[in-house]
Design a protein around this ligand. Structure first.
Ligand code: NAD
Ligand code: UDP
Length: 316
């Protein structure tokens, strides 16, 4: 039987490594491409012996020629701390990286999926966010390299699709968490868990009333694969993928303290510029399109993530 070869850019990262694993389990040959800016070989070390798995160290801002049957474009730093570290490189990764992947897809006429983000809605004035909402984004702020970079990438995806007629899939991922998050990437779930396990102060930015909706990694991976495989070739998205249950950041901190049994205290720090006040996906489109519903509730997902970080911190 013909085995599909699938390219996963950013395959050494948090989401990408879980996706590589899933695609291998589904019987694909997987090429993982990563420059390891935020990813880690530890995330994929267990896959390196698998003959169906291949690793390429490469920066997607540079052109590359590969023969594959489908592309998942995930390469991009995702946490504010990391994407603000070298904002010009972030914009290059979003825009030039997208173009380089789209050029491969155009030449081979293959489907390409773009990992877009809820950040394209900015600090949303509509709640919950549907795919029809155009967003409220500061074009010149410290988050813009990522927000506007990802918006430009979406534009490129739709223009390439309209002009060259190959299949695209654009997914907008909302806050996702789970094992293999980088312990120091500054995202709220990993920060709170690492702080709690080390009995350090839990740092809430602002008063903790801002909200996010947290999706467990296994739920997201199922949705990503369904969007690529189960939707009609003409279906482009964008489609929101996330867990619609909304929590304040303060509620998250309290849950993490309870589940870890930590002695940590909560401290309040300055809220970063342009930090979105509320975020919650409307997933009606995903429900209808791929018959998908997140199954893992926050406490269960946090328990699994806490267990992962306990092991990781023991080793470091
Ligand atoms: P991550 O930082 O763990 O993974 C990103 C991977 O991309 C890393 O392995 C990194 O080394 C690699 N990378 C970065 N720049 C690169 C470049 N120029 N060339 C090659 N590789 C490069 O982040 P993640 O959470 O796994 O996010 C994966 C994708 O999903 C990103 O595109 C991100 O924007 C998107 N996303 C994630 C979330 C989330 O909550 N985790 C939410 C919305 C969107
Ligand atoms: N946050 C926080 N303390 C932290 C890290 C983050 O209070 O140690 C807040 C952050 O200001 C934001 C929310 O948690 O309001 C989610 O932050 P994250 O960086 O995880 O993702 P994003 O802002 O991109 O949704």
């Amino acid at each position: 039987m013909y085995k599909k070869t699938v390219l996963v850019t950013g395959g050494g990262g948090f989401i990408g490594s879980h996706l590589c694993e899933r695609l291998l389990n589904d019987g694909c040959d997987v090429i993982c491409l990563d420059n390891f800016f935020t990813g880690s070989k530890n995330n994929i070390r267990h896959l390196l012996k698998n003959p169906a798995f291949e690793l390429i160290r490469h920066d997607i801002t540079l052109p590359i020629s590969l023969e594959v049957d489908a592309i998942y474009n995930l390469a991009c730093p995702a946490s504010p701390v990391h994407y603000q570290h070298d904002p010009v490189q972030t914009a290059r990764t979003c825009i030039l990286g997208a173009m380089n992947m789209l050029e491969i897809a155009r030449r081979l006429h293959i489907p390409v999926l773009q990992a877009s983000t809820s950040e394209i809605y900015g600090d949303p004035k509509e709640h919950p966010q549907t795919e029809n909402y155009w967003g409220n984004v500061n074009p010149i702020g410290i988050r813009s390299c990522y927000d506007e970079g990802k918006r430009a990438a979406e534009t490129l995806f739709f223009d390439y699709h309209r002009q060259y007629k190959f299949p695209i899939k654009v997914i907008r991922i909302f806050n996702t968490y789970g094992p293999r998050m980088h312990p120091h990437d500054g995202r709220v779930v990993s920060n709170f868990i690492v702080q709690a396990l080390n009995h350090q102060d839990i740092t809430i930015y602002g008063d903790g009333s801002q909200t996010r909706s947290f999706c467990y990694i296994d739920d997201l991976i199922e949705a990503i694969v369904r969007v690529m495989n189960r939707t009609h070739a003409a279906e482009t998205g964008p489609v929101n993928l996330g867990n619609p249950t909304e929590f304040t950041v303060l509620e998250l901190a309290e849950k993490v303290i309870k589940l870890t049994g930590s002695k940590s205290k909560i401290v309040f720090k300055e809220l970063p510029q342009d930090d979105p006040t509320r975020r919650k996906p409307d997933i009606t489109k995903a429900r209808n399109l791929i018959h998908w519903e997140p199954e893992v509730q926050l406490e269960e997902g946090l328990q699994k993530t806490i267990a992962y970080f306990r092991e990781t911190l023991k080793k470091s």
